[in-house]
Ligand binder design. Structure first.
Ligand code: SF4
Length: 258
C-alpha cells in the first residue's frame, strides 16, 4: 500500500516537472499567484467532466497581461523557426507554421499539420479547409477568427501532406504544450483524429472520441472531424455541427434560433 502511494506521488512529481519544463521552454519564467479560494464550493456546469474537479477557469492562474503572452508566443515562435528536430520536414518546409490568433483566446483549435497553402503563407488553416474552419467560427459560432487561437500538432508540412509520424508529433509536442501553457484556453477543439489522439494520448477513432467532453490539463476538450475530411465527406458536416453546438453550449454562446 505504502509502495503504491509512493509510486503515485512519484508520478505526480514527474507530471509537475514535465509541466514546468514545458512552461520554461515556452519562455514562462514565473507564474502569477493563484486567486484566493472561493468561499463556497464551485458549481460544475455541463458535459461529462467530473463534477468534483474545479472548473477550468478556477484551475487556471490569473491571466497574464496580453503583451506578456504575445511576447512569450513570439519567443517560442522564434525557437520553432530554427527547429530541425524532424530532419526531413526541416529540409522540405518553406517555413514553419507556428499558430495564430488571440493570446487570450478562450478557445483553441488544434489541427494536424500545415498543408501546401499553409507552408507557403506561414499561417495555419488558410486553404480550402481553412475557409471551412473560418465559416464554422464566423457563421456557425458567431465569433471572429481573431477571437480564437489556431495551431497544429506539427509546425512543419509533411511532404505530400502525409500523416505525421508518432516521432514527429513527439518532437513537436513541447511547442504545442508551450502554446497551450501560454494561451491557457478554457476550451480546446481538436480537428481530426491526429489532433485528438495526440493531445489526449488515445488510440480511439475520431468517430468514438467526438460527442463527449474530454479533459486535458483542466481544459475541456471537444473533438470533431477535420475540415479537410468534411470537404471530402460533406455528410459528416451534420455531426460536426452537433459537436460545435455542444462546444458553444459549454462556452455559454448563443446557439442558432430554433
Ligand atoms: S515539426 Fe515541429 S519538431 Fe519537427 S522540425 Fe518542425 S517545428 Fe521542429
Amino acid at each position: 500500500m505504502a509502495r503504491k502511494r509512493s509510486s503515485t506521488s512519484q508520478r505526480a512529481v514527474r507530471t509537475v516537472v514535465q509541466k514546468l519544463e514545458s512552461l520554461h521552454a515556452a519562455g514562462v519564467t514565473h507564474l502569477p499567484k493563484p486567486p484566493p479560494a472561493p468561499a463556497s464550493p464551485p458549481t460544475a456546469a455541463g458535459g461529462s467532466v467530473d463534477a468534483a474537479k474545479p472548473s477550468p477557469a478556477e484551475a487556471s492562474p490569473q491571466p497574464a497581461p496580453a503583451e506578456d503572452r504575445a511576447a512569450a508566443l513570439a519567443k517560442l515562435a522564434r525557437r520553432v523557426a530554427a527547429c530541425t528536430r524532424c530532419a526531413e520536414l526541416a529540409r522540405t518546409r518553406t517555413q514553419t507554421v507556428f499558430g495564430t490568433g488571440n493570446p487570450h483566446a478562450r478557445l483553441m483549435f488544434i489541427g494536424e499539420a500545415p498543408g501546401a497553402d499553409e507552408d507557403r503563407q506561414g499561417e495555419p488553416f488558410v486553404g480550402a479547409a481553412g475557409q471551412l474552419l473560418t465559416d464554422i467560427i464566423v457563421k456557425g459560432m458567431k465569433l471572429r477568427r481573431e477571437d480564437v487561437y489556431i495551431c497544429n500538432v506539427l509546425r512543419c508540412r509533411p511532404p505530400g501532406n502525409r500523416t505525421p509520424t508518432p516521432q514527429e508529433a513527439a518532437n513537436c509536442r513541447e511547442y504545442l504544450d508551450g502554446q497551450i501553457a501560454i494561451v491557457r484556453p478554457e476550451f480546446i477543439c481538436c480537428l481530426g483524429a491526429v489532433a485528438a489522439q495526440n493531445l489526449l494520448g488515445s488510440t480511439e477513432s475520431i468517430g468514438r472520441l467526438r460527442g463527449r467532453v474530454q479533459e486535458y490539463q483542466g481544459i475541456r476538450v471537444i473533438c470533431t472531424y477535420h475540415p479537410s475530411y468534411l470537404l471530402r465527406t460533406p455528410s459528416a458536416k451534420r455531426d460536426t455541427w452537433e459537436d460545435i453546438q455542444q462546444l458553444m453550449s459549454l462556452m455559454g454562446l448563443e446557439g442558432p434560433k430554433k
